[in-house]
Design a protein around this ligand. Structure first.
Ligand code: HEC
Length: 154
């Protein structure tokens, strides 16, 4: 009984920490979206910055799923998805991409993102982890296909 209470408190503390970090990320994403709008010719150099934002979400999302904290994972999933949507709208063409980013978003990333979303809704940590792994594989496939020397880890 006592042990359980402590665990809940711990979860709460972690959730508060997570919330602060997420707020920071949302502000970053918002600023990124704001900066990217309006100057089409200078956005090209920003894909790597967007990818770094993505990586922060993706790593935290993975940590949450791995530790079974699906309630905290929701925020990170939606944060990751909104950054990806910004990327889809921003990078309609890029010298390092064979297709617009939105093509890869719709064809490759949406499926695992929706899979994670559904698994969270069903409180199914196993399924969430499985779709998360697929997401990471899709990140890496795109990097490999475009000769990007960047290995995304699970
Ligand atoms: C559409 C193909 C594509 C997909 C999908 C993709 N990436 Fe990338 N990624 C790239 C490209 C291209 C670069 C190099 C960008 C540059 O150098 O301007 C890159 C670079 C990166 C970098 C290095 C950024 C830096 O400057 O250090 C990270 C980290 C990264 N991606 C993470 C991810 C993660 C996490 C995912 C999956 C959620 C993902 N990427 C999915 C194409 C993709």
């Amino acid at each position: 009984m006592k042990e359980k209470k402590l665990t809940y408190r711990e979860i709460h503390i972690h959730a508060m920490r997570g919330a602060k970090r997420i707020l920071f990320l949302l502000i970053t994403a918002y600023l990124f979206a704001g900066c990217s709008r309006g100057h089409d010719h200078t956005t090209i150099k920003d894909l790597d910055e967007a990818m770094i934002d993505m990586k922060i979400y993706q790593e935290n999302l993975g940590d949450m799923i791995k530790s079974g904290r699906l309630n905290d994972a929701v925020w990170l999933l939606e944060g990751a998805d909104s950054v990806l949507q910004v990327m889809s709208n921003t990078f309609r063409e890029h010298r390092k991409l064979s297709e617009p980013f939105s093509y890869f978003y719709h064809e490759k990333l949406k499926e695992p993102l929706n899979g994670i979303r559904k698994a969270i809704r069903n409180s199914d940590t196993g399924a969430a982890l499985q779709h998360y792994r697929l997401l990471v594989r899709r990140c890496n496939n795109c990097h490999t296909d475009h000769d990007i020397d960047k290995q995304v880890r699970f």
